[in-house]
Design a protein around this ligand. Structure first.
Ligand code: ZN
Length: 245
């Protein structure tokens, strides 16, 4: 199986992290495709923001539109059916006895990586890019560096391939993720991600806060709000929202 070393598949959920990863991939690879999953997530609205955000980002920098290829969406509703979590059921978000929030969907990222590799195999894409990070508040074990490295080994053994799994955000927090977006695409990209991406677990997009749309109180909104505040306070580059025309 020959894999194109200049091609990347980005796991693009529509959130802040994966949008930053998409910009990261567009700045490095010649051909970039995206992948999303419909798994019965409560914040299914994140799937709706993907296409407009992709389109906006494609027009950001000369050459990005030509690089940005197919978008794939896989129906993983079976994951929602077999999981009993606050992300896939209408349950209160809470901490569990094992120290993990009940928004943790067991096996979710492991399945995502496996399906990503299946698509990458078919499309001849060598690089798989994901926005998982260890600094995330939740400590999801399937976002850890060891898990991703083990998945890379397992996928390459099981598919007799040489995929490379990239995690550009693994060791940085949400404030640094905004900084990375600013370096990759300037204030215009920051503004696109601020207003065009979706993080809120409740799926709310009625209110535009400083940091973007969301309910403002769920753990995903809190994390995003804190990251935005630190970014604005600490970023070496000043941010000014581009004027809308
Ligand atoms: Zn929220």
């Amino acid at each position: 199986m020959s894999l194109d070393p200049n091609a990347a598949l980005v796991l693009f959920s529509g959130g802040q992290d994966s949008a930053t990863c998409l910009a990261w991939a567009l700045s490095r690879f010649n051909r970039v495709e995206t992948l999303g999953f419909d798994y019965g997530q409560r914040h299914r609205v994140e799937l709706d923001v993907r296409a407009p955000l992709r389109k906006a980002m494609a027009g950001l920098t000369a050459g990005w539109a030509e690089k940005l290829g197919q978008d794939h969406v896989i129906d993983l509703s079976v994951l929602g059916q077999i999981s009993d979590t606050a992300l896939t059921k209408d349950a209160e978000i809470a901490m569990q006895a094992n120290g993990l929030p009940n928004t943790f969907v067991p096996g979710r990222n492991l399945l995502f990586f496996t399906f990503a590799a299946t698509i990458a195999y078919r499309r001849g894409i060598k690089h798989i890019v994901t926005g998982v990070c260890e600094t995330d508040y939740s400590g999801y074990p399937d976002c850890r560096d060891d898990t991703v490295k083990a998945m890379q080994a397992a996928l390459n053994l099981g598919m007799e391939s040489r995929f490379v799994l990239h995690t550009p955000l693994m060791w940085i927090d949400k404030a640094k993720t905004w900084e990375m977006a600013q370096k990759l695409g300037g204030d215009r990209l920051v503004e696109m991600i601020r207003t065009g991406s979706h993080s809120c677990y409740q799926g709310k997009r009625e209110t535009l806060h400083d940091w973007g749309y969301g309910c403002g109180t769920c753990p995903a909104c809190e994390l995003r709000a804190q990251g935005w505040e630190r970014f604005r306070a600490e970023s070496p580059l000043p941010f000014s929202a581009p004027q809308r025309t």
